[in-house]
Design a protein around this ligand. Structure first.
Ligand code: GLY
Length: 412
């Protein structure tokens, strides 16, 4: 017994100490962030696993770290929460950059919690949930079964498509008939993937139709976007309301919404080569980068039209999503690549220097100062798992660019 007690501290060190040196990472900023993330995410993992040790895990158990509560407690999310895929996705990126079996084992564990989501037809968020988790897992480790789970999820997501409207329905509740939110562009990546893998063009057709309908109806002449467009699904399928839900006002430019649109149309151009999508992505990028309320450090206010700027909360999540998208767009644009690269670099540098937590702080989340839903006063100036995911993804893309590799490898 004495001998076992003697070994305990050694085990604790072995279980929590970073194993990888990340010395193969060329870009110093990326390397510094991965060394930090290796230590910090172990804190989040340890706390999450400790919480899960005390419960019986079912399909409705809160299993994935999402954010913190107003009194500072760690909050976990159920598999059906729209954010459930981001933590496993972050763990996959840790495995990609470290090659350490520890991260692979944890990534598989937290990905596998989400399997039941594949048949859930009550949300448009399946792309986020399944592509970030299983999608990265399939790309990096070809885990048996992942492909079938993703295809099943793509079939479930496709059931929400309405051909009269030409869109996938976002939410089932609220004051709308057939609401479509700009965020929904992100879910199309799973459908493009599904057509490539299955050979069935239907998934891709749905994605293209959704993107075209969104391009026609969600955007203002300056390339800023509405958050919610409501469609007359029972009638002619045309738009009937233009609203916000998480932004400042119906006519404002919600920060994260602009980032979702930028990322979504950049991804659509990658998947189709349609120059209209490139034009759209560049239009959105120019709206953001030329906006008088895009701050000097590049880190978005929660809404470009928030009334008290500069005394308004920043949203690190929106900036991280935009940075990741801008790295990809920088490789596509004929004339503005340098501008997009510089903007992405500025954002990741600012997040690293100003919005990163200290080791052990905030339960092990990487970043702070994100905004979930400001009008509802929910998740304001807190860490969010999707801010961390897109921050890490942006860093991975920055490193690929430094090494002259494709910024988004096939299969991602
Ligand atoms: N898709 C939900 C959000 O961006 O908050």
């Amino acid at each position: 017994m004495k001998r076992l007690l003697f070994l305990l501290p050694l085990c604790l060190v072995a279980c929590t100490a970073p194993k990888a040196s990340y010395s193969s990472i060329q870009d110093p900023l990326v390397r510094d962030n991965f060394v930090f993330a290796d230590e910090q995410l172990r804190v989040l993992l340890n706390e999450t696993e400790a919480a899960l040790d005390t419960v019986t895990i079912t399909e409705t158990t809160k299993v994935e770290p999402r954010t913190i509560s107003p009194d500072g407690a760690l909050l976990l999310a159920t598999p059906r929460d729209w954010t459930s895929g981001f933590f496993p996705g972050t763990l996959w990126y840790m495995y990609e950059k470290s090659g350490d079996a520890f991260w692979k084992e944890k990534a598989i564990k937290f990905t596998d919690y989400l399997e039941s989501v594949k048949t859930f037809k009550g949300t448009h968020d399946l792309g986020f949930m399944i592509n970030c988790s299983y999608g990265n897992g399939l790309r990096l480790a070809d885990v048996p079964g992942y492909k079938d789970i993703m295809l099943e999820a793509a079939r479930s997501l496709s059931t929400r498509f309405n051909p009269t409207v030409g869109c996938i329905r976002s939410w089932d509740g609220g004051k709308w008939q057939f609401p479509v939110i700009i965020d929904n562009m992100m879910n199309l990546e799973l459908l493009f993937w599904a057509s490539k893998v299955s050979g069935d063009p239907v998934f891709r057709d749905i994605a293209v139709t959704h993107a075209n309908t969104t391009m026609a109806n969600h955007f203002r002449p300056d390339y800023s976007s509405y958050h919610v467009v409501d469609y007359d699904a029972a009638g002619d399928g045309k738009p009937i309301q233009f609203n916000t839900h998480q932004g400042y006002a119906d006519e404002s430019a919600w920060g994260r919404g602009q980032a979702w649109g930028l990322y979504g149309f950049t991804m659509c151009y990658r998947e189709t080569g349609d120059p209209n999508y490139l034009k759209q992505a560049e239009g959105i990028a120019q709206f953001i980068l030329n906006n008088k309320n895009w701050p000097e450090d590049g880190v978005f206010y929660w809404d470009f039209d928030a009334p008290e700027i500069p005394d308004e909360p920043r949203d690190v999540s929106a900036s991280a999503i935009a940075a990741s998208a801008l790295y990809e767009l920088s490789t596509m644009s004929e004339t503005n690549g340098g501008q997009y690269l510089a903007a992405a670099d500025k954002i990741v540098k600012s997040i690293s220097e100003k919005y990163r937590n200290g080791v052990g702080e905030l339960h092990g989340f990487l970043t702070n100062s994100s905004v979930g839903h400001r009008p509802g006063n929910v998740e304001v100036s807190v860490p969010l798992n999707y801010a961390d995911y897109y921050f890490i993804e942006a860093l991975v893309r920055k490193e690929r660019l430094a090494k002259g590799e494709p910024v988004v490898p096939l299969g991602e």
